[in-house]
Design a protein around this ligand. Structure first.
Ligand code: GLU
Length: 434
């Protein structure tokens, strides 16, 4: 890391991401003990393969030039190309990108995909920039990263504050800068593109649908119905909205929502699509939604409910609020929403946690389908996509659930054990070069 970057990192450390790396390492180490992971492989997996930091200038609408810092961390590629999202957020820094890249390695391994793990993004608050500025920022970032990503090398996707439009700009920029004969063959350099530009029908809902499926599979194991169950959602973006949408269809009731702007509550139920339509005309915010009352930020996690879905940023459930949680099930739509200490308290109280690397893996599974579709020059139908997603999520859930029952461990540790054993196997088979 250069001196310049170290200085930037110290300046920008913020509470929501601070410690994410500690969390992922603690989770990894405790599973590594359980499976008696080979010490050499433990060394390899404790460190990232490559870390790319770029500073690049972009012309703003008023003619001024602003310098941005972008990151791409490639953690491990033992099982295939690096895979993972790009997020645009003030909390993006090298620590966050490292932790998030590691989580991707475990996630793709657990899902049985031919991928490794990577993550990155730009440190910025996208609400402060116009659409044209965001386009130029994205294209310039892609240009700076171009030699380090590629459809068979490192494949970004949407994450916090990036979407199918962002991916379309990346694909277009990347393809435009390839030699002529390679241009159109490189569409799968990113996944999560709009349909019509190589995107997969259903990729938009894949993560939220996967969260819903995990909750449904859990309820089936417990012989419980989702009908009438109360749930709360933190983050009403792509993941939170779609998870809520599918749960409501099953008869569950959304009783509180929190986003970056505020928290709302209605014990009689908030209609998911009414809230979604409201955010469209309210600058993306849930605040002041008519059929709801305001909730204090600190009270949100303590809302009376059965299921809690953190679907925003990392480190949201900690010792500060874990004891207030009423839900008996936490379904992690976000990456790293529960920190290690918070989790200990919850497990002691008998709360079940559907861990991020399982619970939100529908997104990257959808990405894999999109990548296959592009590689094979195919166009898949929505019903086909949803059925394949269902099958894949069920397999992962069953694997983790049964492992945890057999070994008498929590679901997160079970998920990690399965994920790291698969990577260990690849290293043992291939050995270490030279
Ligand atoms: N950003 C998503 C995640 O954290 C999706 C990654 C992908 O599709 O590559 O899993």
């Amino acid at each position: 890391m250069t001196a310049i970057t170290a200085e930037l990192d110290t300046k920008t450390k913020r509470t929501p991401v601070k410690g994410m790396m500690d969390n992922v390492m603690e989770q990894f180490n405790s599973a590594a003990e359980q499976v008696n992971l080979h010490p050499n492989i433990r060394k390899i997996l404790s460190i990232t393969n490559n870390e790319i930091i770029v500073h690049f200038p972009v012309k703003m609408d008023n003619g001024d030039v602003e310098i941005f810092t972008g990151y791409r961390v490639q953690h491990n590629n033992a099982l295939g190309p690096y895979k993972g999202g790009l997020r645009y957020h003030p909390t993006v820094d090298i620590d966050a990108a490292r932790a998030l890249a590691m989580w991707m390695t475990w996630k793709t391994s657990l899902a049985g995909l031919p991928y490794g793990g990577g993550k990155g993004g730009i440190q910025l608050d996208p609400s402060k920039y116009s659409q044209n500025e965001l386009e130029r920022i994205t294209r310039r970032f892609t240009f700076a990263l171009a030699d380090n990503i590629g459809p068979e090398h490192d494949i970004p996707a949407p994450d916090v504050n990036t979407n199918s439009q962002t991916m379309a700009w990346i694909a277009d920029t990347y393809m435009s800068t390839r030699p002529p004969a390679e241009r159109t063959a490189n569409q799968h350099v990113v996944t999560g593109k709009p349909d019509g530009s190589g995107g997969l029908e259903g990729r938009d809902r894949a993560t939220g649908y996967g969260v819903f499926l995990n909750i449904k599979f859990w309820a089936e194991r417990k012989n419980e119905s989702l009908y009438g169950k109360k749930f709360i959602v933190q983050g009403f973006g792509n993941v939170g909205y779609w998870a809520a949408y599918f749960l409501e269809k099953e008869g569950a009731k959304l009783v509180a929502v929190q986003d970056a702007f505020g928290s709302i509550q209605n014990a009689d139920g908030i209609k998911v699509d009414d809230l979604f339509n409201y955010t469209k005309v309210n600058n993306g915010s849930i605040v002041d939604f008519p059929e709801s009352v305001v909730l204090n930020k600190e009270e949100f996690f303590g809302t009376e409910c059965d299921i809690c879905i953190p679907a925003a940023l990392g480190n949201q459930i900690t010792v500060e609020n874990a004891h207030t949680i009423k839900a008996k099930l936490i379904a992690e739509g976000a990456n790293g929403p529960t920190n290690v200490e918070g989790e200990k308290l919850l497990l002691e109280r008998g709360v079940t946690i559907l861990p991020d690397i399982l619970c939100n893996s529908g997104g990257v599974v959808g990405s894999y389908f999109e990548w296959l579709q592009n590689r094979n020059g195919e166009l898949w139908q929505l019903d086909e996509v949803m059925a394949k997603l269902d099958k894949k999520m069920k397999e992962s859930f069953n694997k983790v659930y049964e492992y945890s029952e057999k070994e008498g461990m929590d679901l997160r540790t079970a998920a990690y054990c399965i994920a790291i054993k698969r990577i260990e196997k690849a290293y043992i088979q291939r050995g270490i070069f030279p």
